[in-house]
Design a protein around this ligand. Structure first.
Ligand SMILES: [Zn+2]
Length: 322
C-alpha cells in the first residue's frame, strides 16, 4: 500500500511543467490570429494549425538547448520589492549592474521577447514562410509566459511556502478544466505597440504584482477546504495521476476572481499586437504570395528531432519515477 501511494505521488509530479500548459499555449496562439487585420488574417488563418501546434516548441527545446530555460521567466523578486526600480529595463544597463551570468540565472523573459520580436520583423521583411511561423509561434509562447504571475517569483512552485504543485495548478489545471466551457476569448483587435520593450515590462510587473494573491489565496483555500476533497485521481497513459479535484479548482478560480481567464485574454491581445506591430514595422509586406507555402524538409526534420528528444526525456522521467 505504501509503495502504491508513493507511486501515485511521484507520477503526480510527472505532468508538472513550469510554463502555461501545452493546452493554454496552443489556445493563446490560436485565438490571437482572430485579432489580426485582414492583410495578415489570410496568412495566419490558413496556417493557424501550425502557429498553434508550434506554440509549445519553446518548452520542448528546454531539454535540448542549454540556454533555453531562462527565456521563460524572470524571478524579479530577487531584485527587491515592487516595482523593482533597482533592475534596469535596458539589457546593457542591467548587464553592467548585475552581470550577464546573474541575469541569466534569474531569468530573462522580458528581454528575450524583444529578441524574438526583432526576428519576426526580419522574417516579415524577407517574406520567409518558415521563419514567420516559427517566430510567431515562439513570440506567442514567451509573451504568454510573461503573463503568468509565478513566472516572476522565486517561489515559482510554492516550494518556499509548502504549496508545491501550485504552478501547474494555476496555469494548466484551471485552463484545462474551465477554458473551453467558461472562458471568453472574444477580444477586439490587435493594436500597434509604440514601445514593445515598455509594453512587455508592464505585463511582467502586473504578473509580479499578482504573484502574492496566487500564493496566499491558495494557502487560505487549502486551510478551509476538506483535505480529502482537495485531490482526485485520474488514469492517464496507464498511470494514475494525482491532480487537484474539480471542486478545489473551481473554488480557487472563484477566489482569484477570473484572474486566469483575464491573463489568458491579455496574453492573446499582447501576442496579436506584437505580431501586428512586427508586420507594420517590417513595412506591411504583402503576404498573399506565401500563404500556401509549407515547411522545408529541413524544418520537418528539425521538428521531428525536437519532438523525439522531448519524448525521450519525458519517457525517461516517467520510468525513473516508477
Ligand atoms: Zn515556457
Amino acid at each position: 500500500m505504501k509503495k502504491f501511494i508513493l507511486f501515485i505521488f511521484l507520477t503526480g509530479l510527472v505532468s508538472q511543467c513550469y510554463c502555461w500548459g501545452f493546452y493554454a499555449h496552443k489556445t493563446i496562439n490560436y485565438h490571437s490570429v482572430f485579432l489580426l487585420p485582414p492583410q495578415m488574417l489570410l496568412f495566419y488563418k490558413e496556417n493557424i494549425a501550425l502557429v498553434a501546434e508550434h506554440a509549445t516548441d519553446a518548452d520542448k527545446r528546454r531539454y535540448a538547448v542549454a540556454d533555453e530555460a531562462p527565456r521563460h521567466f524572470i524571478d524579479i523578486d530577487h531584485y527587491g520589492h515592487y516595482p523593482f526600480n533597482e533592475l534596469p529595463h535596458k539589457w546593457n544597463d542591467a548587464v553592467e549592474k548585475f552581470s550577464e551570468d546573474s541575469l541569466l540565472s534569474y531569468g530573462i523573459v522580458p528581454w528575450h521577447v524583444q529578441i524574438v520580436y526583432k526576428r519576426l520583423i526580419k522574417a516579415f521583411q524577407e517574406k520567409n514562410f518558415s521563419s514567420i511561423i516559427k517566430n510567431s509561434a515562439d513570440l506567442g509562447h514567451y509573451i504568454a509566459d510573461a503573463h503568468v504571475p509565478l513566472h516572476t517569483s522565486q517561489n515559482h512552485d510554492g516550494q518556499l511556502t509548502n504549496q508545491k504543485g501550485i504552478h501547474a495548478f494555476w496555469e494548466s489545471r484551471i485552463p484545462e478544466l474551465l477554458a473551453d466551457k467558461k472562458f471568453d476569448f472574444f477580444i477586439g483587435k490587435a493594436e500597434y505597440i509604440q514601445d514593445p520593450g515598455a509594453f512587455i515590462w508592464e505585463r511582467v510587473l502586473e504578473s509580479a504584482k499578482a504573484a502574492d494573491s496566487v500564493l496566499s489565496f491558495e494557502k487560505k483555500l487549502s486551510l478551509q477546504f476538506p483535505g480529502d476533497k482537495k485531490y482526485s485521481f485520474e488514469k492517464r497513459n496507464n498511470s494514475l495521476i494525482r491532480q487537484y479535484s474539480s471542486g478545489y479548482t473551481i473554488a480557487y478560480d472563484k477566489m482569484l476572481n477570473g484572474m486566469v481567464e483575464r491573463r489568458m485574454r491579455q496574453s492573446i491581445f499582447a501576442v496579436a499586437s506584437f505580431w501586428y506591430t512586427a508586420w507594420v514595422n517590417a513595412g506591411q509586406p504583402d503576404l498573399s504570395a506565401i500563404v500556401n507555402k509549407s515547411f522545408s524538409a529541413n524544418d520537418l526534420n528539425e521538428f521531428e528531432k525536437l519532438n523525439n528528444d522531448w519524448k525521450n526525456v519525458e519517457g525517461k522521467k516517467e520510468s525513473d519515477h516508477e
